[in-house]
Design a protein around this ligand. Structure first.
Ligand SMILES: Cc1cc2nc3c(=O)[nH]c(=O)nc-3n(C[C@H](O)[C@H](O)[C@H](O)COP(=O)(O)OP(=O)(O)OC[C@H]3O[C@@H](n4cnc5c(N)ncnc54)[C@H](O)[C@@H]3O)c2cc1C
Length: 370
């Protein structure tokens, strides 16, 4: 069958979602034209984030022939320790409960982008126009908005957006440490926001996502290096030995934005253009991958474009909404100052830690298997 008669695809935005969408369509022999407003060869060059990719994402990237190159920069997560501030009660996830499967990988954002770009730029089915200044025209069979939270495609389609400002800032940087991380990720929840230590490929380096109330983050960022390290070390504790910061500290103001309509006519939204969520559980890009996977499957299976996009919306809207609620409520649960909630939360962590079947279910959810 002639794939849905979709022969001419235009993708707005050449970041993670845009490149992966184009590569995915190329595997179906569908040509696409990516339009990116920035200089793509320089994008994400200084992006020091360690992105958590779940098992589902890894499998899809592998099917697209990308994982072998990405895996060179991927640190495996075998255990996750969840701690509530300085409470002695904790929740420990060990991959022994899921037949020693890797729970996820942490990949340096700059390296991930480079691999995607290197594949896309030599793909005969993909044309990339970057540093684009011309206005976007809808002259293709399918116009895909991979253009992030301020999506121009969303605006062209007159789709409303819901927004929430967390008034929190994520400080992101990498550290080197004396002790091997042994593939353990630490997620510490505090009343200011979550603090994550994510294991990188080299056993003696990790990626930090340190979220604070916006005004507190400002104070931390204006401190001397020595004082900042002192606070950092006390947050991490001593399991990694002495730590030092390698490279820059980047800060990301955090907000939530999402839509309740994913398409109009031949215009459709993918990735952050449809859902830009709190990074508390590292799921934003994993959600985008599920969008791309489904859209690609439907392009093969569904003949009529309206049916195709309606099916895409039905499935992804519900699925993404669940994750939006989960991350939003998780953040609110842990920043709550209420004594009752704090006590219930801490005892809850301790109780759940004794329930292997619940922990197994949760691990499978985080791995993208549920
Ligand atoms: C601190 C932090 C940590 C995170 N950690 C994780 C994690 O561990 N795991 C995970 O899965 N996710 C994580 N995320 C989320 C992840 O970064 C996003 O989900 C991902 O970047 C979305 O990619 P995207 O391509 O959809 O959008 P974006 O990365 O926002 O890209 C949009 C692109 O569109 C381009 N564009 C915009 N307007 C136009 C226009 N008019 N014309 C042409 N181009 C245009 C922009 O220049 C940009 O390149 C994290 C996010 C943050 C902030």
């Amino acid at each position: 069958m002639n794939y849905n008669k979709i022969e001419k695809v235009k993708i707005i935005g050449g970041s993670y979602s845009g490149l992966i969408t184009a590569i995915s369509l190329s595997k179906l022999n569908i040509k696409s034209h990516i339009i990116e407003k920035n200089d793509i060869s320089k994008m994400h060059q200084n992006d020091v984030r360690g992105l958590a990719l779940n098992a589902n994402t890894v499998k899809y990237l592998d099917n697209l022939g990308l994982w072998t190159d990405i895996s060179e920069y991927a640190g495996a997560i075998e255990q996750i320790r969840v701690v509530d501030s300085d409470s002695p009660l904790f929740l420990h996830f060990d991959n022994e409960l899921v037949d020693n499967e890797i729970l996820g990988y942490i990949v340096s954002a700059d390296k991930l982008f480079k691999v995607l770009y290197n594949h896309a730029k030599i793909d005969g089915n993909i044309v990339i126009t970057d540093c684009a200044t011309q206005s976007i025209t809808n002259d293709s069979d399918l116009l895909i908005g991979c253009d992030g939270k301020n999506s121009i495609v969303r605006k062209m389609a007159l789709i409303d957006i819901k927004q929430y400002n967390y008034k929190q800032t994520a400080m992101v940087f990498n550290i080197e440490h004396e002790n091997n991380h042994n593939n353990i990720a630490l997620e510490k929840f505090t009343s200011s926001g979550p603090f994550a230590v994510l294991p990188l490929k080299n056993g003696f380096s990790s990626s930090i996502v340190w979220t604070e109330k916006a005004n507190l983050a400002k104070t931390y960022l204006s401190m001397s290096d020595d004082l900042f390290i002192e606070h950092l070390q006390s947050k991490i504790g001593d399991y990694l030995g002495k730590v030092k910061i390698s490279g820059k500290i980047l800060s990301h103001p955090l907000s939530l934005s999402y839509v309740e309509k994913y398409y109009k006519d031949n215009m459709v939204l993918v990735g952050n253009a449809a859902h830009n969520i709190h990074p508390i559980s590292g799921q934003g890009l994993n959600m985008a991958i599920l969008d791309i996977k489904l859209l690609s499957e439907l392009i093969v299976d569904v003949f009529n474009i309206n049916d195709l996009l309606q099916q895409y919306e039905n499935k992804r809207l519900a699925d993404n909404y669940r994750m939006i609620c989960f991350t939003h409520n998780l953040n609110n649960l842990f920043i709550s100052n209420s004594k009752v909630i704090t006590n219930a939360r801490r005892v809850g962590l301790g109780i759940v830690n004794q329930l292997p079947s619940f922990k197994k279910y949760f691990m499978q959810y985080a791995m993208g298997k549920r």
